[in-house]
Write a protein that binds this ligand. Structure first.
Ligand code: COA
Ligand code: AMP
Length: 632
């Protein structure tokens, strides 16, 4: 077996033979011969002539390998008090019947299905049932407001929406069905049907003719077998924030994704069949796809499916309880969750009640992992805590310790070494390669490995412009940082308008577009300011129109309500500061990076391109008065 260094070198020197070999691990219906195709526009296709089915790989194949009675999915829901175990056979049977029901509703290969559900196992079943039929699922995170859901409905044009009557946020019941109804009032596209999983905490009203009760619909359905798909057929669309109000529909193919999942789980995360894996996220994010549903199941692991929070469900010992009870071997979570636990239980008193002996490692990503949180967690658990870095677009880690290849070295502040297949480089603004320890834009040399998105749903030109045209020959990650002399990568933050709030990716550009809709706002900028738990939260700086008659408090109230109504509560947009002017370059570009530094009390030098340096002092004073950092 190759070690990390040998694998990495081979993957870059000869990607075709390297990935052809990895593809052997997949149970294709037709093994690919055409491993890598370069398209004239710079994008590429992996395994074009391979044929497979992702639901088959995640379920039927595992049963064929003798794992029928092994637990495939353990649902642990402290918010409802329910725990449920599904063996591979039980999960396959549920999925096959659901797929049969969807097929009877006219859903087939290439049809879109939007899934807007909380963390109930039916969400995973819906994903796998779509995959079984070749329908393209798009899961929308439950925290998004109807307007955002409507944007996705109009873009994905689903034949069907699958939802649940409600979700539970701590002790609050959030009714989902009225949100879907509202989204459908806003959307131009109308799906034929809405299928509802009724939960006892709040039963939804069903509209005759359009809405279907899940249990009734599935009760008499004939199970459906997996259909044979081409490698390049889309498995799912995952919408993610870009720099504008229009989310990007990241498209994941079936073949590249299956190879990437079969490679990542054992080689990066050290997972073997029969191991218990816990991806602590939500099916509404990419992590939920790769590390809650497809990755663990395609590798014969048991996946823990958690409907709860790190704290207050019921306390900051919740994660330790789940690890002990389900004998979790390794987990993924966001640093935010650990910061929240640390705040409530700084000395780890609750952990003392639990046995973590099953746990081998913890993997953290989604936002910057600060060293203090990393060390605290390592000391508390006595286990290695690994930072690693990826994006919705890549679908699996770009840099990570490859623990399955014997490489678990880490350096403080680094998200580790590049994973085989990823040629990570740093360039300056003109696209010149930079040397070790020089900060610039992080790019990945083409071809990207299998599994990474090669297009956006219905908008290939936007894919090319956003990712491949900025630095020809490279994929533009949108992250800035550097690589040290030994190849360790350090992610310093986004170079665009994307921010991470509690591990959730949001667009400040989109928030600015919303604030600008308000009648009193002449100009605005939204920046991310540091937050001790959520990493960052957005802050709006607005210049009011001369004739605006509103006080600062009322402006803030109205703008906060606007963002909550249009994007959703997950944006955590709660603060607005009114300023007289915004700092700009002579060409009129708002200097957001300087604003960020002032708000976070970091040192800054007025850029040489600034139109009027005096504005910076004014802004610092206003932010100081509003309780943000004092001027440097
Ligand atoms: N459905 C509906 N509303 C949701 C939601 C969902 N699925 N998820 C979040 N929200 C709402 C919350 O109820 C909250 O609403 P409020 O403003 O009315 O209180 C708002 O969105 C902000 O939520 P959040 O940022 O999660 O803050 P919180 O105070 O409720 O919880 C933490 C704080 C740290 C417990 C929580 O952020 C957390 O668990 N973070 C980890 C996230 C994670 O695992 N991310 C991984 C992504 S890969
Ligand atoms: P998402 O597409 O929601 O997964 O968000 C991807 C973005 O999150 C990346 O582009 C980074 O900005 C950020 N991110 C993810 N993992 C890390 C990490 N380990 N360190 C720093 N930033 C990260």
């Amino acid at each position: 077996m190759m070690n990390y260094r040998q694998s990495y070198d081979r993957s870059l020197a000869d990607p075709v033979s390297f990935w052809a070999e990895q593809a052997e691990a997949v149970a294709w219906y037709q093994r690919p011969r055409n491993i890598l195709e370069h398209l004239a526009d710079g994008s590429h296709r992996w395994f074009a002539d391979g044929r497979l089915n992702s639901s088959y790989l995640a379920l039927d194949q595992q049963i064929a390998l003798g794992r029928g009675e092994q637990a495939a999915l353990i649902y642990d829901s402290p918010v409802t008090g329910v725990q449920q175990r599904f063996s591979y056979r039980e999960l396959r049977d549920e999925v096959a019947r659901l797929a049969g029901a969807l097929r009877a509703l006219g859903v087939g290969k290439g049809d879109g299905v939007i899934i807007y559900m909380p963390m109930v196992p039916q969400a995973a079943m819906a994903m796998l049932a779509c995959a079984r039929l070749g329908a393209v699922h798009s899961v929308v995170f439950g925290g998004f407001a109807p307007y955002e859901l409507a944007l996705r409905i109009d873009d994905a044009k689903p034949k069907l929406i699958v939802t649940a009557s409600c979700g539970l946020e701590f002790e609050r019941v959030i009714e989902y069905k009225p949100l879907v109804d509202k989204a459908l009032e806003l959307a131009l596209h109308q799906p034929a049907q809405v299928m509802v999983w009724q939960r006892p905490q709040a039963m939804a009203e069903l509209h005759a003719g359009r809405d279907l009760d899940w249990r009734e619909t599935v009760a008499h359905a004939e199970p459906a077998d997996p259909v044979e798909l081409a490698s390049g057929d889309p498995l799912y669309i995952m919408y993610t924030s870009g720099t504008t109000g229009k989310p990007k529909g990241i498209v994941r193919d079936n073949g590249g994704h299956a190879v990437a999942m079969q490679y990542a789980l054992p080689n990066i995360f050290g997972m073997q069949p029969g191991d218990v894996w816990w991806g602590i996220s939500d099916v509404g994010w990419v992590v939920g796809h790769s590390l809650i549903v497809y990755g663990p199941l395609m590798n014969g692991c048991t996946t823990v499916f958690y409907e709860g929070k790190p704290v207050r469900t019921p306390d900051a010992g919740a994660y330790w309880r789940v690890i002990q009870e389900h004998k979790v071997n390794a987990l993924f979570c966001a640093p935010t969750a650990i910061r929240a636990i640390r705040k409530e239980d700084p000395h780890g008193e609750l952990l003392k009640h639990y046995d973590l002996s099953s746990l081998r490692r913890l993997f953290l990503a989604g936002e910057k992992l600060d060293s203090s949180t990393q060390h605290w967690l390592e000391e508390l658990t006595g286990k290695p805590v690994h930072d690693h870095w990826w994006q919705t677009e890549t679908g699996w880690p770009v840099t990570a310790p490859c623990t399955g290849l014997g490489s678990a070295d880490q350096r403080p502040g680094s998200s580790s070494l590049p994973v085989p297949g990823y040629n990570v480089q740093v360039v300056d603004e003109e696209g010149h390669l930079l040397g070790p320890n020089q900060t610039g834009s992080i790019v990945i040399g083409l071809p990207l490995p299998p599994g990474c998105a090669q297009t956006l749903w219905g908008d290939h030109p936007r894919y090319l412009n956003a990712y491949l045209r900025t630095y020809p020959g490279y994929y533009h990650t949108g992250d800035g940082g550097y690589v040290d002399e030994d190849g360790f990568v350090y992610i310093m933050g986004r170079t665009d308008d994307v921010i991470n709030v509690a591990g959730h990716r949001l667009s400040t550009g989109e928030m600015e577009e919303l604030l600008a809709l308000h009648g009193a706002v002449a100009e605005c900028a939204v920046i991310a300011v540091q937050d001790p738990i959520k990493g960052h939260v957005p802050l709006g700086l607005v210049v009011l129109k001369d004739d605006a008659r509103l006080g600062e408090e009322q402006v803030q109230r109205e703008l906060v309500a606007l963002v909550r109504e249009r994007i959703g509560a997950l944006a955590c947009f709660q603060r607005v500061v009114v300023v007289k002017r915004l700092p700009k370059t002579r060409s009129g570009k708002i200097l957001r990076a300087v604003l960020r530094k002032i708000a976070d009390a970091e040192e800054y030098a007025p850029p040489s391109t600034i139109d009027d340096p005096a504005i910076l002092g004014e802004i610092a004073e206003r932010l100081g008065a509003a309780g943000f950092a004092r001027a440097c």
